[in-house]
Design a protein around this ligand. Structure first.
Ligand SMILES: [Zn+2]
Length: 373
């Protein structure tokens, strides 16, 4: 494979900062009776030296997966984000809105129409163009952002929400890297991308979702007015904080490689210890990000007999690249695990409340992200 070409600026100089080796497509959940082997593909992150966009190198897979259930944390954050955008005066009553959705769900359209905005047909201009975790799923980043920017009506706002690269680095979230997710944004890289379309960040908000999520409001430079002036403080503060984390520093990103090794070893050692102690373990959350972790840690059904998932679409399937079946939540009451290994830390409060029987029976929830860190 030759040197990557940047998905945003077309630059060809950069650094390979994370290499997770050959991984199955995390969207490809085979049936339990499919013996495999499942096809695998390289999974690598590259940092463009020109524009600073961290990105997936190559992706021969289809970026689609069985749609999971919408976590309550995502729903609550959407309401919070819409509230803040409204308070900033960015959601004009009667204004037109266009949404670019994520294949994982989490639409804001219902919340926005409740506030009096009117959805427009595909391709029509809108006063508010919203992208909530959608842009990252586009292979051609410059074309995708240009398309969104072009639909912003004069005086309108582009709202972009993304899981921050600073969070990925700061929290060691190496398994944010996955097929189908083409870009991992720092605010600085996104500002550079926006500049190519004549837009600038005007306002930014931070949320705890996924350890650190940013909502950026951008406006067209030609509109003048709200340019990098009055409301630029939060944007500048965010840029400063992210720079200190090292979002444009290959060495900071390369720390993710060590994080991946440590977590994989931590998980494997922990599962071996649980088995030695005679404790029954189940996983929870057949998420795409659990796939790379299980593979990287060399975990099979002998160490982790099954992963519970609430999505009916995943029943009867197994975790890609492993022999670990996905089972429905009802099995928690049947198997009465001593430990449930949670692959989605954000869901902890939700699963404890939804399945009180686990702890009532003496079981406990353990955050997979915390093992080996
Ligand atoms: Zn670039």
């Amino acid at each position: 494979m030759g040197e990557p070409v940047c998905r945003a600026c077309r630059g060809q100089v950069g650094h390979l900062v994370l290499d997770l080796g050959e991984q199955p497509a995390c969207d490809y959940f085979p049936r339990c009776d499919d013996p495999g082997p499942d096809p695998v593909y390289p999974l690598q992150m590259w940092l463009c030296s020109s524009c600073g966009l961290a990105q997936l190198v190559a992706d021969p897979t289809v970026p689609e997966e069985p749609r999971g259930t919408e976590p309550a944390a995502l729903v609550a954050q959407a309401a919070d984000a819409v509230e803040r955008a409204a308070a900033a005066g960015l959601l004009p009553d009667g204004g037109r809105v266009a949404e670019y959705g994520s294949p994982h769900g989490g639409s804001w359209l219902g919340l926005l129409t409740e506030r009096g905005l009117r959805p427009v047909a595909d391709g029509q201009p809108a006063d508010v163009v919203v992208d909530c975790f959608g842009l990252m799923h586009c292979a051609d980043q410059s074309a995708a952002l240009a398309g969104r920017a072009a639909r912003v009506a004069p005086g309108g706002t582009l709202l972009l929400q993304y899981h921050s690269l600073a969070t990925i680095i700061g929290c060691g979230q190496w398994n944010a890297l996955r097929h189908g997710h083409y870009a991992y944004y720092s605010t600085a890289a996104l500002a550079t991308m926006l500049a190519a379309d004549g837009f600038s960040p005007r306002m930014a908000w931070r949320f705890d979702l996924y350890g650190g999520t940013v909502l950026l409001a951008a406006g067209r430079d030609a509109d003048g007015g709200g340019g990098p002036g009055s409301a630029a403080g939060p944007v500048q503060a965010l840029l400063g904080d992210e720079a200190r984390v090292g979002v444009d520093d290959p060495a900071a990103l390369e720390g993710l490689q060590r994080d991946a090794q440590a977590q994989a070893k931590g998980l494997h050692d922990w599962l071996v210890a649980e088995r030695s102690a005679g404790r029954a373990v189940l996983g929870y959350g057949a998420a795409s990000r659990a796939v790379a972790l299980l593979r990287h840690a060399g975990v099979d059904g002998g160490l982790l007999p099954a992963v519970v998932d609430a999505s009916p679409a995943k029943q009867g399937l197994r975790m890609p690249g492993t022999d670990i079946p996905v089972i429905p939540p009802g099995e928690l009451a049947v198997r009465r695990p001593d430990t449930v290994l949670l692959f989605l830390a954000d869901l902890l409060d939700e699963v404890r409340a939804t399945y009180p029987g686990v702890e009532a029976a003496g079981g406990r929830w353990v955050n997979a992200d915390a093992l080996g860190s």
